[in-house]
Design a protein around this ligand. Sequence first.
Ligand SMILES: Cc1cc2nc3c(=O)[nH]c(=O)nc-3n(C[C@H](O)[C@H](O)[C@H](O)COP(=O)(O)OP(=O)(O)OC[C@H]3O[C@@H](n4cnc5c(N)ncnc54)[C@H](O)[C@@H]3O)c2cc1C
Length: 724
Amino acid sequence: MDMDVEMETTDVIICGCGPTGALLSALLGRKSTKNTVLEREMEVVTDPRGIALDEDGIRLLQEVDLYDKVYSEIGEPISHVWFTSGKDGLKTKPFMHMDMSTTEGGSGHVGGICHRQPVMEKYLRQSAVACAPTSELRLGCTITQIEEDEDHVRVKYTDDSLGGVEKWIKGKFLVGADGKTGFTRKMYLEKRGVVLESLPGYEYQETWVAVNYHMDLPTPETHPDFPLWKLGYTPQGVYDAFFPVHFRFIGNPDRPSVCGTFGLRKERLWRFEYVVDKAKGEDPVEMATYDKMAAVIFPYLTHPGKTYGLESPVQYPVDCIHVLRSRPFSFSARSCNKWSVGRVVLCGDAAHVMPPFGGQGIASGFRDASGIAWRLVLACRPPAQGGLVSKPGSTSTYHERLFSGWCLERKQQLDISIASTVANGELTTARNPIKVFVRDWILWFMQLIPSLRRKLELGPRSEGMVRYKYVDGMAFLPDLFGGRQLPQVYCRAVGIISSSSSSSSSSTTSSRGETDRVGAVGEVEFTDDVIFRPESLSSLRLLVLVDALSDVAKARDELSQLNIEHLSNNEVKMSEVCYLVMSSAGCSDSTGVDVKAGTKSSAAQGVNGNVHSNGNGNGAIVTESTDQNKTKKKEEEEEEDMVLTTMQNKRVYRIATGDEFAACRLCRNRPPPTGYDMLRVRAEVGGRKYVLVRPDRFTFAACRSGAELAGACGRIAGVLFGTP
Ligand SMILES: Cc1cc2nc3c(=O)[nH]c(=O)nc-3n(C[C@H](O)[C@H](O)[C@H](O)COP(=O)(O)OP(=O)(O)OC[C@H]3O[C@@H](n4cnc5c(N)ncnc54)[C@H](O)[C@@H]3O)c2cc1C
């Protein structure tokens, strides 16, 4: 093609800047992979569609530096999800509930947030744009044609920001993140054999009306006759009485519904969804009109007078209820048979759709983006930087193996999301009275058994973290604990400053009279943030799990004998190895924390000595030991200091307790980490010492010894690229 000479080029073209495309751009940008996002609309779509995001989604927002926005601007933790039956409004007690407030899922986060999708998308775009010029976002640009050859994809688009001018751009790959009716699948890949198909056993097809409201607060001035003022209610108290905190699946057999608050509670946004009964001849559009909507929903916003000791029912003032949007949506559960063909890949709703009952739509698109991003980075890598060429003179890499492995893994996990979503839906949408009766009794009975009750409360999290069942082509070593989602815990840096060099420390002075070694303990961090430090370049990170601080030097010695960079063809770098100390031995630092137990020791709680803040607001505590313990402790410290001096800036961390996390700034606006297991990383990798971790937080391999690690490093190229 002649115009190739003139054509603008990039590495990855992304069609669509919904949550999936924006996250993908942010991830690629952080790895310096050139990408251009073409988005049809000029602005973020203001209609909030998704309102619930699970903990994997939060973890990925954290990865692109949005953690500080998650609980302050994007949303709030979903505390509990209630499943109710009957017709008695939002005050009905649940027959079952899920507890989303704990940190038992293994990601270090709560189970989920209720959020405002446009706010999340705004920040995702900012996160992508922050990677400029590597990531570029072009708004008002609609892709209208796709062409592909062995080495490139060419895309024609109309640029509305330039009055509708037509342009071409060439890339190594195209990712269609253009939603469920997107151009990439419908107009290009369907002709190449891609089909959206149902998951056998989990077919779903229903139409729901989804209504978004904004509620005003009634006041004694605006609504002087409102009966609850006489009972001492405040305007906020009235809102809280009518719009309870917990998310609700209302199994009303007349009309199953779902409702809950979204975004920040103070914004008073409320979602209500109800099913359209097509079997009864209901018309979806008509069911979304104001009158029909009011007939379905307003009874839930009307309380019996007896609730308040009054004779007449009390309704939330209708003029305080503002409908932002009421329209029908058709929901089905399907995913594509193939998610990539040649150089074109599908992500997010373009590759799969599901009903919204599990809060899995956006999270699934995020997982797609996370899994494909690092593979695209590898596939776009020029040969000079380790990229593999498939034939002399070609820039092609072994991308097909990478992409098909991604699809195999993603489909396995997606099937779980679809299954749990459809199961949630079925719990709610049962309309047959006998089925409803049996469901309620079975669940009531199950909850009499504590272990079963806890399983129900945990919902899908009770199944533990994802472990792929190996299929040839997946990018991990199944014989070495590969393919397991790596938990995230909290940690603190150690060994940055030793006593001998502590004159430069600004940390507190302990009652020992020396400049305290609190300076040797950094702020609480998430382990993802330290394992995957942004400046790191290696494709796989080596995480070393050791029992005690003194084991770090031994592990480092062992690694230095191995020459892992050479063995791994530079996919693993020694300078980026992260050491995580898993126990208190040699690490009973001046926080007084018993690392093994995960709780503060009695000394730290001030029973045996003084409790000081370390002055940096992270809640670390300095304790004075009893005289008896002093000598022993000093000996231990001297030994430890020797280790510390040799470990300055060497990426050495120790796991942090839930209490330490609760006291640090990362815990702001979210509940303390109940159910947090600080030893979970080790448990998940079978107690192994050397863990090779992929950028999408799945293990490539977990090894017991240096020799096993050497073997694993030697297998990386074969597994990822299929090269001998
Ligand atoms: C009523 C409702 C409730 C929902 N509730 C939830 C929920 O609680 N939790 C949840 O996780 N999910 C929920 N979802 C689903 C969620 O909104 C989607 O999964 C999510 O938006 C998909 O993101 P995406 O980026 O893959 O696609 P989209 O958000 O659809 O983004 C695609 C983008 O591509 C652009 N585009 C399309 N064609 C072109 C083209 N030719 N050229 C350039 N750009 C193009 C579009 O303008 C759009 O910006 C809900 C959806 C609905 C409708």
